[in-house]
Design a protein around this ligand. Structure first.
Ligand code: FO1
Length: 344
């Protein structure tokens, strides 16, 4: 069983841990792991250069969470972190005072930057970093091109009344409080999927879209030329999980991003936004929370196979249960599709 997951950082980490756990339960390999293979296509739009080092926040959130060394409260960075270097950087006025680089976390950024300076690609760096811990899944950056997300906001002090800033400043300094006019990926014109990404999507038995930010995480991944096409053309069923429950984001700032693309902050609107593959969209199945069960009927009319299940991931068991629901919906879609083929 080969599963590929499109994921961002914080919401993605919980979901991917659930997928890993559920695969170990369904397809045990006899020594605690899984005979299934899970590949995660990781959003790289949150990435940035800061204080001379290259940060890849979503990749690092997945790496630390899957390795069990993450700060579970904050949702990013390392457990047991200290901030001695960050205090010095603030004294020197290097980096951003509102963006904390922990000492252990800096170890990762320094290793990554050292390898990049030796000529390694972000994909090669990602492979080296995840060799340190047996994660049980493979993490692939969506692209090796720097596509750092920029946010356009209104600014009366600017001549044209607008200002652009890195997504991380918009989120960590302003807490997404500045209304976003537009999100833009840099270098999209010469970006392409990282090695292994298209092959993973096309070669899967199931593609899952994690309950990550539809704009700056999933949206960024599928904006890389070639990735949306791979998802639309894969023979695997494509099942998405709503990041919105009862009209509210579960974590993060998707509610501050969705208005910029004209999408309401509802499970139904995001499902419609991704769209049914049979109607030119991205997904086949869409899981909403029981609180949004009323969305199932209207979503079904758009060509999606929608289902309402418990979406809250409070712990490993609930995360694994959600992953199981997504895998089951994928099986239903596959049987349905093959059923359709056999009647042809
Ligand atoms: N998020 C914050 O809200 N404040 C921070 O100071 C901060 C530092 C930070 C350092 C490294 C890293 O990988 C992530 C960090 N984040 C911080 C989280 C980051 O903004 C998020 O992980 C995502 O990029 C946004 O979803």
């Amino acid at each position: 069983m080969r599963i590929t997951v499109l994921a961002g950082g914080v919401g993605g980490s919980r979901f991917v841990r659930g997928v890993r756990e559920e695969c170990a339960r369904r397809w045990p390999d006899g020594n605690g792991g899984s005979a299934a293979s899970v590949t995660v296509i990781v959003n790289t739009g949150d990435d940035l250069w800061l204080a001379g080092v290259r940060l890849m926040p979503d990749f690092d959130s997945l790496l630390y969470s899957l390795a069990g060394v993450n700060d579970t409260e904050r949702g990013w960075g390392r457990a047991g972190e200290t901030e001695r270097v960050a205090a010095e950087l603030r004294e020197w006025g290097v980096g951003w005072p509102w963006f904390t680089l922990g000492d252990l976390d800096l170890g990762t950024h320094l290793a990554r930057t050292a390898w990049l300076r030796e000529g390694a690609t972000p994909s090669e760096v990602a492979a080296r970093l995840q060799r340190r811990w047996p994660l049980g899944v493979r993490l692939l950056p969506a692209t090796d091109t720097e596509v750092d997300t920029q946010v356009l906001v209104a600014d009366a002090d600017e001549l044209d009344g607008e200002r652009e800033m890195h997504f991380q400043e918009w989120w960590t300094r302003y807490r997404a409080a500045l209304p976003a006019i537009e999100f833009r990926q840099r270098n999209l014109d010469h970006a392409h999927p990282a090695p292994g990404v298209v092959e993973a999507i096309r070669g899967s038995d199931l593609v899952l879209v994690a309950p990550s930010n539809p704009v700056v995480s999933i949206g960024t991944i599928v904006s890389i030329p070639g990735i949306r096409e791979a998802v639309r053309e894969t023979h695997a069923p494509v099942v998405g999980v709503s990041p919105i429950i009862g009209g509210k984001v579960v974590r993060g700032m998707a509610d501050a991003c969705l208005p910029a693309i004209g999408v309401d902050t509802t499970a139904e609107a995001v499902g419609r936004h991704y769209g049914a593959r049979s109607a030119g969209g991205l997904i086949d199945g869409w899981l909403v929370d029981d609180a949004d069960a009323a969305a199932v009927e209207p979503l079904t009319e758009t060509g999606l196979v929608a289902a309402s299940v418990p979406l809250w991931m409070r712990d490993l068991d609930t995360s694994a249960a959600l992953a199981g629901q997504a895998i089951d919906l994928g099986e239903r879609l596959r049987d349905h599709a093959t059923g359709r083929e056999s009647t042809r």
